[in-house]
Design a protein around this ligand. Structure first.
Ligand SMILES: NC(=O)c1ccc[n+]([C@@H]2O[C@H](COP(=O)([O-])OP(=O)(O)OC[C@H]3O[C@@H](n4cnc5c(N)ncnc54)[C@H](OP(=O)(O)O)[C@@H]3O)[C@@H](O)[C@H]2O)c1
Length: 357
């Protein structure tokens, strides 16, 4: 099991972290992300809650690796929805942590929280209002990296609020075995939709059909003619496409949408490692089929988190939602695990154990 290499001492009744391993971005990245773009460093620091501040110091137990981290490694010339990572500084990601010192009245030592933290062993959170306290100790803490955290909320908000599905809708999900895709497919079944998923291996396709209850699934890497495959899976066309990958998949889906169908643009992972995004040729289908295509950013839904959490917790307890996690261990493995998302090495929600309690 992972053990923390950070050194902590008590000085003047305050907990001080003397050394802290962290993953930094070496420089902005263009093209394919490699391990050379990131570095694990041991920072000799004296991290503590400053006297009189409302910051909290957390010990990180689990970190999430997510595709959007690659987007933050670019040097955006236009303002982006989230700040770029700064070369030479610790990267940020979502994590599950334990509070080890607190200057904030709403957080006490021993509380478990999830939210944005550094890619490191300990983080000083200067605005703890952004953290969510973990309300359901009956679930594994790791669920707050996935099904009960940001990815679960993305699936829920994107499917229910953006797509507004109806019973009987024909739903297609790409990257369907991944963190968000597996949940969208199961939410679609709860709603009474017909759902098909695409994934990048036979093992993943099997998981979609046997564990997550998809009506059908295919391995897009094996299909010679994606258009023919979608026509076979959806002879009457697609009502809702939950878009996770972009590129050729989006282009082909456009030809297979029903009139007044909807495309929920959650992400386009196939484009994140490209220096220049690919073009889409079939956009005129949006006109002829009166398609509504709408993007969303999960950050806009954080204010609705507690409502989502209760509903999703209920589904899990009722056995209506299952989740598959892909667990790695050790902060030194964060770079490789992040890179693995772009070749599909993960089966389910990728997370990294950083420390035991
Ligand atoms: N809008 C938002 O607020 C929001 C929030 C979170 C995530 N997202 C987006 O949601 C999508 C899914 O994220 P996730 O966290 O659930 O990741 P994930 O699906 O767990 O992992 C990424 C998966 O994408 C697939 N993939 C990688 N490169 C690909 C390529 N070139 N072509 C096709 N598929 C490829 C791989 O699966 P296969 O083996 O099946 O290829 C890989 O396992 C991403 O696009 C992400 O950026 C959006």
């Amino acid at each position: 099991m992972a053990s923390s290499a950070a050194e902590e001492v008590i000085m003047s009744n305050r907990r001080v972290i003397m050394s802290n391993r962290r993953v930094i971005l070496k420089g902005h990245v263009t093209g394919v992300l490699t391990e050379d773009d990131m570095e694990l460093v041991t920072a000799a620091v004296g991290i503590a809650v400053p006297a009189g501040s409302t910051a909290v110091l957390v010990k990180i137990l689990y970190l999430s690796v997510d595709p959007y981290m690659r987007i933050r490694m670019r040097n955006h010339l236009e303002p982006n929805y989230i700040p770029d990572f700064v070369p030479g500084e610790v990267m940020a990601t979502l994590g599950v942590s334990k509070v080890v010192a607190s200057g904030h009245p709403d957080f006490k030592t021993g509380d478990h929280v999830w939210g944005m933290m550094g890619c490191e062993e300990y983080t000083l959170v200067s605005h703890p209002e952004s953290l969510f306290k973990i309300n359901h100790p009956e679930f594994p803490l790791s669920y707050y990296i996935g099904v009960l955290g940001m990815t679960g909320l993305s699936a829920y908000a994107g499917f229910f609020d953006v797509a507004k599905p109806k019973k009987g809708d024909y739903v297609f999900v790409s990257a369907a075995s991944g963190a968000i895709g597996q949940l969208v497919g199961q939410l679609a079944k709860i709603k009474g939709c017909y759902v098909v998923g695409s994934a990048g291996s036979d093992e993943k396709v099997n998981l979609l059909k046997t564990k997550f209850g998809f009506d059908d699934a295919f391995n897009y890497k094996k299909e010679q003619d994606l258009n023919a495959t979608l026509k076979r899976c959806f002879p009457q066309g697609i009502d809702i496409y939950f878009e996770n990958v972009g590129g050729a998949m989006l282009d082909t889906v456009l030809l297979n949408m029903r009139i007044r169908g909807q495309i929920v643009a959650c992400g386009m992972i196939s484009q994140y490692n490209l220096e220049r995004p690919e073009g889409i040729r079939n956009l005129f289908s949006i006109v002829t089929k009166r398609i509504r295509m709408e993007g969303f950013i999960v950050l806009d839904y954080f204010g609705t988190y507690r409502k989502f959490e209760e509903e999703m917790a209920g589904y899990i307890k009722e056995g209506k939602i299952a989740c598959v996690e892909d667990v790695a261990e050790g902060i030194e493995n964060v770079p490789a695990e992040l890179i693995g998302l772009f070749s599909g090495s993960n089966v389910g929600k990728k997370l990294v154990i950083i420390a035991q309690e």
